[in-house]
Design a protein. Structure first.
Length: 296
């Protein structure tokens, strides 16, 4: 017998079965799991082709059942089959349902992974209404706490991004949008008071601002402010995805350059832009590295 739970159950004295506990003259043990899960469990116990349930949530129920009945030897096999099976990508409320199954089934590694996936969706009663019965009270509380910690970390992260006068973000110099339409030399692109050329190139005077860093270009602060505000609403909206910051940054930079013909921001990006993006992504990733803490 693969389960100490069942081994103990069947070795103990059994009560006299009632009429409802007899089928075809044989005693029947009734279990709370549904037929699909139990069928999958039985195929795992015998040298016959296994029958993993067709949906991810049912497969999780099967895994949770092996945990419940102390069938530890089957768990690695089931996890292996789950990994190789091409289940549809979890979306929306189904992600929360799968988290509820894994947390209630004492599956901490699956619960951790699924809790992180839930951050990609809103978490309101309206959004979860059909899945709320799947949750144990403590599992819902722990997921709320996890989301709050991630939200607070992301908010702190975007607040730190706004400090563009401090390392490592102080790569920006005053640009067209922050200097009232400053013109730049058509040859060396240094700031000049005219529409033509600077002193070095054509004897016009200019104010050399190219070496002064620590500016806060409005196109960049607006980007950070928007996602700072959105991140504060982390329950009515999905949490920010760290991998998206690079594309958002590049899109905002392109729009700024296209509308302002801004050489200083182009130059700052060409010299430090990739490093700047990596720093943003890394900090946001760390902000979401919170661990799920389950309290039963």
């Amino acid at each position: 017998m693969s389960s100490p739970f069942f081994d103990d159950m069947f070795s103990l004295p059994q009560p006299q079965p009632s009429d409802k506990g007899i089928v075809d003259g044989l005693p029947v043990l009734r279990l709370p799991e549904d037929a699909e899960v139990l069928s999958g469990l039985i195929t795992m116990l015998y040298p016959i082709p296994s029958r993993l349930p067709n949906s991810y949530d049912k497969a999780l129920m099967l895994l949770a059942t092996t945990q419940k009945y102390e069938m530890v030897s089957l768990q690695s096999r089931i996890r292996g089959e789950i990994q190789t099976r091409m289940f549809p990508t979890l979306t929306g409320p189904k992600t929360f349902r799968s988290y509820a199954i894994s947390s209630g089934g004492q599956l901490p590694s699956e619960a951790e992974k699924l809790a992180r996936l839930t951050l990609e969706f809103p978490m309101t009663f309206e959004y979860l209404c059909d899945e709320l019965p799947s949750f144990k009270g403590w599992a819902l509380r722990d997921l709320i706490g996890f989301r709050k910690r991630c939200r607070d970390n992301i908010v702190s992260c975007f607040e730190s991004f706004l400090k563009l006068d401090q390392p490592p973000f102080n790569i920006w110099i005053p640009c067209t949008s922050t200097t009232g339409g400053t013109r730049y030399c058509q040859i060396c692109r240094r700031a000049t008071s005219s529409n033509g050329y600077c002193q070095n190139c054509c004897n016009y005077s200019y104010s050399n601002t190219s070496g002064v860093t620590g500016s806060s270009p409005s196109w960049l602060t607006n980007l950070f402010q928007k996602h700072l505000s959105d991140s504060r609403e982390a329950f009515s909206k999905p949490l920010f995805t760290p991998q998206s910051i690079r594309d958002l940054y590049l899109s905002a930079l392109k729009a700024h350059i296209d509308s302002n013909n801004c050489f200083p921001c182009t130059r700052a990006h060409s010299l430090e832009g990739e490093k700047f993006c990596k720093e943003l992504t890394d900090r946001l990733t760390v902000a979401l590295s919170e661990k799920l803490v389950l309290h039963e």
